[in-house]
Design a binder for this molecule. Structure first.
Ligand SMILES: [Ca+2]
Ligand SMILES: [Ca+2]
Ligand SMILES: [Ca+2]
Length: 161
């Protein structure tokens, strides 16, 4: 990773920050979006999807969460949220969800459109809550009925009907 003008973090002459996955065929940057402000520190955060990211599961996909700081984007310490299922294509779409639970921390949506749930490739959308610690890289899949979840998983039922 490098910045286009080579400046250190905080250098006002650094106008461009380049983010890279350094992984062949990860399709890093296939999707990008504002994450809102996931940790409510006043600095906006960003999402980058890499739908064919591989780390244990081939083409599982991943979403990278970068946090803004007083020095600009912290490009060296992303939280990487992995699909953890072969060919799930996590991160094919990423988006801020706004603040769905009204706790002051922006929440994010990450889709894995080829995730196998009830059916092969029926897809899943993950809602990750923000917190003062940011977004967890190890989301827990729990019942939609619980309000204590850190992650919701929404699945398409259309193909199962
Ligand atoms: Ca922030
Ligand atoms: Ca994995
Ligand atoms: Ca929230």
């Amino acid at each position: 990773m490098h910045s286009a003008t080579g400046g250190a973090n905080g250098d006002p002459n650094t106008k461009v920050v380049t983010l890279e996955s350094n992984q062949p065929n990860a399709h890093f940057g296939y999707s990008v979006a504002s994450a809102g402000d996931i940790d409510a520190d006043g600095f906006s955060d960003v999402l980058v999807g890499a739908r064919f990211y591989t780390n244990g599961e081939d083409s599982e996909g991943a979403a990278y969460v970068y946090r803004g700081t007083v020095n600009g984007l912290d490009k060296n310490n992303p939280v990487i949220i992995e699909g953890n299922q072969v060919n799930a294509a996590m991160g094919n779409k990423v988006s801020s969800a706004g603040d769905v639970n009204g706790d002051g921390y922006s929440d994010v949506l990450i889709s894995a459109y080829l995730h196998d749930g009830y059916m092969q490739d029926d897809g899943a959308v993950y809602l990750h809550y923000g917190s003062n610690a940011g977004i967890s890289s190890t989301p827990k899949k729990r019942s939609l009925a619980s309000m204590q979840t850190t992650t919701w998983v929404l699945r398409s039922l259309a193909q199962a009907m």
